[in-house]
Write a protein that binds this ligand. Structure first.
Ligand code: FES
Ligand code: FES
Length: 203
C-alpha cells in the first residue's frame, strides 16, 4: 500500500483503514463520525475512488494507492471552501474536499446534479449545504467569477468557460461502489445514504 505516495507496511491487516491512517500514521484529516458508512467524514481516495475508510479493512487496500486530504495536490477546492465560508465546525470538511476533488477530476465543470450526486454521501450538520455547493462551483471555474455572486447584465450572467483539465477521477465509480454496499467491491461503503441524499436534494 502507498499512502499519499509513500510506501507503508501496516502491522494489522484486519484494522480499519480509518484507524490505521489516524492512529498509526497520524493522518487525522479523515474523521470518524458514524463509523457505519453513513456520514462521509472519513472519506479518502482508494486508487482515486472516494471510499469511506471506516468500512475498508487495511488488507482490502493492500495494493492500493490511498490518498487522504493531507495528500491531495494543491487545488482551488480548499480555498473555495474557506473563501466561501463553507466551513463551520469543520468536522465534515475533509471528506467534502476529498469528494469534491474527485468530482472535479472527472467533471471539471460539473452540473448541479453532478455535484449533488458526488457529495450526497457527505453529511454536514452545520452549513445547510448551500455554501458547499457554491464552493464546489467556484472551484470548478477558478479564473471566472461565481455566477451566484455576480450582478447580471442585460445579456445575463457571463458565460463561464472550463478551466480544468479533464483527469481520471472516479466519482461515478463511488456511486456504483455504494450501491454494492459494504460487501461489494473494495470501494464499498462510500456512505451514499438515503438520508444524506435527501438532505442534498433539499440544498
Ligand atoms: S465515519 Fe461516517 S462514513 Fe465513515
Ligand atoms: S461544517 Fe460542521 S459538520 Fe460540516
Amino acid at each position: 500500500m502507498k499512502v499519499n505516495g509513500t510506501p507503508v507496511t501496516p502491522p494489522d491487516g484486519q484494522a480499519r483503514l480509518l484507524d490505521y491512517l489516524r492512529d498509526d500514521l497520524g493522518l487525522t484529516g479523515a474523521k470518524e463520525g458514524c463509523g457505519m458508512g453513513e456520514c462521509g467524514s472519513c472519506t479518502v481516495l482508494l486508487d482515486g475512488v472516494p471510499v469511506c475508510s471506516c468500512l475498508v479493512l487495511v488488507c482490502q487496500a493492500e495494493d492500493a494507492e490511498v490518498t487522504t486530504v493531507e495528500g491531495l495536490p494543491p487545488s482551488p477546492v480548499q480555498d473555495a471552501f474557506v473563501d466561501g465560508q463553507a466551513v463551520q465546525c469543520g468536522f465534515c470538511i475533509a471528506g467534502m474536499v476529498v469528494s469534491a476533488c474527485a468530482l472535479l477530476d472527472r467533471h471539471p465543470d460539473p452540473t448541479d446534479d453532478q455535484i449533488h450526486a458526488a457529495l450526497e454521501g457527505n453529511l454536514c450538520r452545520c452549513t445547510g449545504y448551500s455554501s458547499i455547493l457554491r464552493a464546489v462551483r467556484t472551484a470548478s471555474q477558478p479564473t471566472h467569477p461565481n455566477p451566484a455572486t455576480q450582478p447580471t447584465t442585460p445579456q445575463g450572467p457571463a458565460r463561464h468557460a472550463d478551466t480544468h483539465q479533464a483527469a481520471g477521477g472516479q466519482a461515478r465509480a463511488r456511486q456504483e461502489a455504494a450501491r454494492q454496499g459494504p460487501g461489494g467491491s473494495r470501494a464499498a461503503g462510500s456512505g451514499v445514504a438515503g438520508s444524506g441524499a435527501a438532505e442534498w436534494e433539499e440544498a
